[in-house]
Structure formats: structure tokens, C-alpha cells
Design a protein. Sequence first.
Length: 167
Amino acid sequence: MKRLILMRHSIASSTASSDFERKLTERGIVKAKSQAMKLDQYLEDNSFEINFIFSSSAVRAKETFEYLSCLMEIEKTESKLTSLLYMAGLKELKKLFLDYNEEIKNCDTILVVAHNNGISKIASRLTDFSIYFDTASIAILSFEDNDILWNKALDYESNWELDYFIR
């Protein structure tokens, strides 16, 4: 079974030199830490672990990823920061998974930290549910066929299950 964990970055400041440079607020840091603990508990209760992490390289997503990584003790999990996830939709996620096929082909669980509206649209298209991500929301999706490559599994829109949603 493949598991895709989608997370929207935590609460960010509205002021910065550019949208890409917006940092987490104090409230955003607290929320990121709280969500990390909830996700960590879910993973422990369900006996699986994250094998690879992709995060947008925008400051707020990167900071969210760093808090998750530290608090969940997954700093050594292979990861990639990429601008491709900045405001990305399903098309960009497929491209990313294709580009990193060798690195992720044996992964069961991938975490993606990105932005809205893209992250909501990805989850909604894969599950055929209308899913909206507030800041720091997390959706855990699963796909039964573990023999399909990750980028091809994303072609099976409406065939993914929404296993858990953390607001």
C-alpha cells in the first residue's frame, strides 16, 4: 500500500519582501509543533513511517517541514526542498515524482509539505472528496497497489482513500 501524506504549511506572516519569503508566525510555530505531534502519534498507532519528504522551498513551508522533521525525529529521512511545489497542483506533483522516481520507487509513504489551493485540489482529485486544507492541515491518503510507480499512481484519480485528516 502506498501512503501519501499531504500537509499545508502552518500559519505565516502577512508581511515579507515577497510571498515566497513569508515566515511562520509564533502561532504558526505552535501549530506546526502540535500537528507534528498528532501526525507522529498517528504513524505510531498505525505502525508505519515516512520514507521520503518533499517540501516547497518557500520559507513558510520549509519552516513547517523543519519543525515536523525535528519533533518527529525524522531528520535523517531523505528529503528534497523544491520550488516546484510552490503553488503546485497535481500536474507538478506527478512531474516531481517522475523526476525522483529512482529515489522514491521503493517508498511506501511520502510526505509532501506545500501550499493551498494546490494541496486541497490534489487531495480532492485523488479521493473524489471536496477537501479544504486550513493552515497546517494534514491528509493521509492511501492507494492499494504498491507495485505501481508513484507518478503513475497519481493517474488513478478518485481511487485513493482518505484515511485520516488532521485539522
